[in-house]
Design a protein around this ligand. Structure first.
Ligand code: SF4
Ligand code: SF4
Length: 380
């Protein structure tokens, strides 16, 4: 297993980090999905005894059960050998007392006295000002001084401009951002990775396979890979794009089966998993892959988020990306599953009251109201 330095913290971690948000599930007694405990524990323990030293979980994953599962699996000798990262979302920081109680619960669930890396979960341009005004970072700092957490970090979804402001605001240990062969110029972008790296932050990558969709490419993309002189799987190319960044410390992959986990460990153990592993020709081929995917997308939404927030909570960029992902992967079921998540959160297109506020802000001039109706009809 390849390892990398974790920013300026002095920690060295496995380059592969096990993301514990897509653990295997079964139907529980009430018919609801719950973690398949036996299989999930086997996977976490397999990872921890086969070179994986980084585990990423969060307050909310798996209906607030992921942290307990990780705690149980690592109990009895493995916990001390690994780095655990977990997160608290701003939405549950109602008061400072709440914040402390949430952390204490997390420590109990993880069966540990300290968290190696504690993150603000999902900072967005819309929440950043509120987080600062609430004094949440100062509260995290108190936790750190008390030894309850060792490093303070954040995960981020949003544009590169706010990302840089967040990076510059505090002496963070790490930033966790989305990056993959399609998201090179959206969200915090490749530029964001380089910026955070230059400031000494560890960079942890989430969504390297864009929710798993990049693992099963459509025919046109498969042909590009098959006709290329160097034969690798779609998953291997997706990861290679990320190893190439020297700033990247950990690449998270949300594995759901032991086979996927073993395959990831194999891929991340190859000797040339290093910065600079891509040739110019490789980069050109991956650019062609990106363009081929984008040509399949049905809605010309760049994910810039200028249309947000919607007064009715409609998550327009996410809804359009669910549709586009279904089109790009030639798998509308994938888009439907993703759209279901918006429905469960009450942020789907059916909440649009056609006020028109978003359309005046869209730089692409999209007819958002009509497009939302179309997507709802296809994905609902
Ligand atoms: S038109 Fe619909 S989606 Fe757009 S801001 Fe108004 S309610 Fe939100
Ligand atoms: S709908 Fe328009 S404004 Fe909203 S994210 Fe997409 S491109 Fe940006």
């Amino acid at each position: 297993m390849q390892t990398r330095k974790y920013g300026k913290t002095g920690i060295t971690t496995s380059l592969f980090g096990m993301g514990c948000m897509r653990l295997p599930t079964i139907k529980g007694e009430a018919g609801l999905e719950e973690i398949d405990k036996e299989k999930a524990i086997e996977m976490v323990q397999y990872a921890a005894t086969h070179g994986v030293t980084y585990f990423d979980t969060a307050y909310g994953y798996h209906n607030q059960k992921s942290e307990s599962l990780v705690g149980e699996a690592l109990d009895g000798g493995l916990r001390e050998k690994v780095t655990i990262a977990t997160k608290q979302p701003f939405s549950v920081m109602k008061t400072k007392e709440n914040m402390r109680r949430n952390l204490e619960n997390t420590l109990k669930k993880l069966r540990t006295d300290y968290i190696d890396v504690y993150l603000f979960h999902n900072i967005q341009p819309q929440t950043w000002e509120d987080i600062k005004a609430f004094g949440a970072i100062e509260e995290f700092e108190k936790f750190r001084q008390e030894g309850l957490i060792r490093n303070i970090a954040f995960s981020y979804h949003g544009d590169a401009v706010t990302f840089k402001k967040v990076v510059d605001y505090y002496d963070w240990s790490m930033s966790q951002i989305q990056q993959n062969i399609l998201d090179t110029d959206q969200q915090a972008t490749s530029e964001g990775i380089r910026y955070a790296g230059k400031k000494g932050l560890a960079v942890v990558i989430m969504e390297p396979l864009r929710g798993g969709g990049l693992a099963l490419p459509p025919k046109e993309v498969r042909e590009i890979y098959e006709n290329y002189n160097e034969k690798r799987t779609a998953v291997e190319w997706a990861f290679r794009h990320l190893y190439d960044f020297p700033e990247v410390s950990v690449i998270l992959s949300g594995v759901s089966t032991l086979e996927q986990l073993k395959d990831n460990i194999r891929i991340f153990s190859e000797p040339d998993v290093q910065p600079g592993c891509l040739t110019d020709e490789d980069r050109k081929m991956l650019e062609l892959v990106k363009k081929t995917y984008e040509a399949r997308a049905g809605i010309n939404c760049t994910g810039c988020e200028y249309c947000q927030p919607c007064p009715n909570g409609v998550e327009i960029p996410r809804i359009f990306s669910s549709y586009n992902m279904g089109m790009m992967y030639d798998n509308m079921e994938f888009g439907r599953n993703r759209y279901n998540f918006s429905k469960r959160n009450g942020t789907d297109a059916s909440n649009c009251v056609e006020c028109g506020l978003c359309e005046s802000k869209c730089p692409q001039g999209l007819n958002i109201i009509e497009l939302l109706k179309k997507v709802h009809a296809e994905l609902n």
